[in-house]
Ligand binder design. Structure first.
Ligand code: IVH
Length: 695
């Protein structure tokens, strides 16, 4: 072997070892700096000598930003979930039944933590990771190998000896609390929807098309189940110990339990101690240790009979309601917020909780100074789940929703069928005006980087910017010298404003803050109308004929443009040079760059012509006959079987209509970002982060 190749291999071995020391064993033996130094050397050598490439090289852990749709893979063994139990008695019952079926045999139970992430199946052949698949529907999942390779605690090549030629190992991919909090802080800064919990964040991160972004977020993984022939031990515990020696990260907290008493103690211990763990857990798992006994017990149609999950109760605290305040959002919606005597809960200090709306307050029958139960379920914002009526102070009166805006004093209105009270003073209520400026400048709208919440407030309070159109009249002399604005930042602000004039019409429509018009609706109405003049004059009938636009949204759009103030603002924005029409041949993204795509069949969301345009606008090429050079078939309904056969035999990826829309980032749902205190939507991760690089 020549010395270069030898050095490359040495470096790879050293780096693999250091990755394991750091990420699996938590005991690094070199500094981060020295690690980076070795990694750089390897990167350079690999660049210079591509003939020694290795897809499992530690340099591949940083991921790539080249998009590729996930292919679906069938699991070798279906991925089942576990039966749940919520009390010690249920766990005891499970153990008694299992033991009874094993007539007269001794039985050991392994107790484990139930990690709250997203499950993964890893396939190893000859000691190398060949494939990683998500759970999916249990039968088929997505091939996420590229993303899994970025998780440094997952060995790409096994160490030690005794592993079977081919086996599967399953576990949980998770985002440790620290990485989760860091990610959400960043998302808050960027004005993006926050992940409700580390589970959603982990699942969303694993499904990113940009594995370089996955690599940056800091996923981790614990493995807890091996499947295959020729496993080294005849117990679950023994096999996990062996897996540990091959380089896998196995929880140090797995424990063999010999009696119901030991099981009870395990539960008691972890019910408290789990609060100190660096990762989220939502319970414990108890498994019969002996594999032969597992096989004897078998499965029900849904769950193994040899394992059960015990779910922890959501953490709860009792604290006093000190007051209720009312916040006014950008669109005038008034949200009640409970101010609480500060209590510790699931690792954070809680002093506020959303009360959602008037009906919620009523359903709690909330009174002044009540003692309330707060719970942090899956959400970031704690919830009030109940009131301890026994502790209610005598003579305390029920909490009443305010009748007038707490900021401008206007009388609030609540439309029929709506839950929210709204301040109707659109053009004179300060938080609405400032909120609109802040929204306008947001990353997904006009992307004026230097205007966040504070700057929007400052510009407004200084009287420089009373509405979004005023931004385009700002001059250097106006801003330089303002609080915090030195020369450089003043220039940056003005540059940002200037650049916003190129932002496409669709985003301008979103930036206007029309009630109920979020990102997706804005895109749809902008494209259907084509330009602002048309949009301003569309009738309810025309608007509701656009996909997904109902009467409520249509009415809100019409009311917006009927307002003289708003029309003036639009005219001033037009005069300033903003994009007021859909750009015809605009390139929307690079998602399909260099790809040849066939359209076949009939579709629900767009016509074939529209799909042709979409392909081109996202950098792809629409071709008419299948060959081995075709990358994708966009397959609608009634696609001819011969075509389908041919595509399959050539190994061409078949995209359903939804797959295709997801690929080009057109599948995102509305998110309500009125004032950040709305009830978080538990499934936001898929909407906003599946393909963030395309937004
Ligand atoms: S064993 C057939 N062990 O919980 C048994 N699962 O509700 C397979 N989970 O889908 C699962 N920690 O995603 C097992 N120590 C652990 C676990 C665990 C978390 C998850 C896993 C599974 C779900 C079942």
């Amino acid at each position: 072997m020549n010395p270069i190749q030898q050095r490359i291999i040495d470096l790879r071995n050293q780096l693999n070892e250091h990755n394991r020391n750091y990420y699996v064993l938590n005991s690094p033996t070199i500094s981060d700096q020295d690690f980076d130094y070795l990694l750089k050397e390897l990167e350079q050598l690999e660049k210079l000598y591509p003939e020694y490439d290795d897809p499992l090289s530690p340099t591949k852990r940083v991921g790539s930003d080249i998009n590729k749709a996930f292919t679906q893979v069938e699991h070798i063994h279906p991925m089942l979930s576990l039966g749940n139990s919520y009390s010690v008695a249920e766990v005891e019952d499970f153990i008694r039944k299992a033991k009874a079926s094993l007539v007269g045999e001794d039985m050991e139970i392994v107790g484990e933590l139930k990690f709250d992430g997203t499950s993964i199946s890893l396939i190893y052949e000859h000691g190398e990771l060949v494939r990683a698949v998500t759970r999916g529907d249990g039968v088929r999942g997505d091939d996420v190998t590229a993303n899994i390779k970025t998780i440094r605690s997952i060995p790409l090549r096994l160490t030690g000896t005794g592993y079977p030629d081919s086996f599967e190992i399953r576990g949980e991919v998770l985002l440790p609390w620290e990485a989760f909090n860091r990610l959400n802080e960043q998302r808050e800064k960027d004005g993006e929807t926050l992940f409700a919990n580390p589970r959603n964040a982990a699942a969303g991160t694993l499904k990113l098309l940009n594995s370089a972004e996955t690599a940056r977020r800091g996923l981790d993984a614990y493995l807890y189940h091996i499947l295959g022939d020729n496993l080294p031990a005849d117990t679950h515990y023994g096999n996990l110990e062996a897996a540990r020696s091959w380089g896998f990260k196995i929880s140090p907290d797995i424990k063999i339990l010999h009696s119901i008493e030991e099981v009870d103690n395990f539960i008691k211990y972890w019910d408290e101690q789990r609060k100190l763990l660096p990762v989220a857990t939502d319970g414990l798992v108890f498994k019969v240790n002996n594999l032969r006994q597992q096989a004897d017990l078998g499965f029900t149609s849904k769950f193994p009979r040899w394992a059960i999950a015990f779910k922890f109760k959501a953490e709860e605290a009792l604290t006093r309601l000190e007051s209720v305040s009312f916040q006014v959002g950008r669109t005038g919606v008034v949200t009640p917020v409970a101010n609480l005597a500060t209590v510790p809960l699931s690792g954070t200090m809680v002093s506020r909780a959303t009360l959602h709306n008037e009906d919620f307050i009523r359903s709690l029958d909330l009174h002044e100074r009540d003692m309330v139960y707060v719970e942090k379920g899956g959400e970031i914002i704690p919830k009030i789940t109940g009131v301890d009526i026994d502790q209610r102070e005598e003579g305390s009166s029920p909490i009443r929703f305010i009748t007038h805006c707490p900021v401008c004093g206007a009388e609030l209105v609540r439309d029929e069928g709506e839950a929210a009270w709204v301040c109707p003073n659109k053009s004179g209520c300060e938080p609405q005006l400032i909120g609109k400026i802040e929204h306008f400048a947001g990353r997904k709208m006009m992307d004026i980087d230097s205007i966040g919440s504070e700057t929007a407030q400052m510009l407004f309070k200084d009287g420089l910017v009373k509405n979004i159109a005023d931004l385009y009249d700002l001059k250097y002399e106006d801003v330089v010298g303002l609080n915090r604005f030195a020369d450089r930042s003043a220039q940056r602000l003005l540059q940002g404003i200037e650049q916003s004039k190129k932002i496409p019409f669709e985003r301008v429509v979103f930036a206007l803050s029309i009630q109920y018009v979020g990102e997706t609706v804005a895109k749809k109405i902008a494209r259907a109308a084509g330009n602002i003049d048309r949009l301003m004059t569309m009738t309810a009938e025309e608007l509701t004929s656009i996909e997904d636009i109902g009467p409520r949204i249509a009415e809100s759009i019409i009311a917006f443009f009927a307002d003289e103030e708003n029309r003036k603002i639009v005219e001033r924005l037009r005069a300033a040079g903003l994009q007021m029409a859909v750009e015809k041949e605009e390139v929307a993204s690079d998602a399909l760059k260099g790809k040849s795509i066939i359209i076949s069949g009939t579709f629900d969301h767009h016509s074939r012509d529209e799909y042709k345009q979409l392909i081109e606008r996202h950098g792809g090429k629409n071709v008419s006959s299948i060959s081995k050079n075709t990358d994708y078939v966009l397959a609608g309904k009634n696609m001819g079987p011969a075509k389908l056969d041919k595509a399959t035999s050539l190994g061409i990826t078949i995209l359903s209509e939804d797959d295709f829309l997801a690929l080009i980032g057109e599948d995102n749902k509305e998110t309500n970002s009125d004032n950040g205190m709305n009830e978080p939507n538990g499934s936001t991760e898929a909407d906003s982060t599946l393909f963030p690089e395309l937004f």
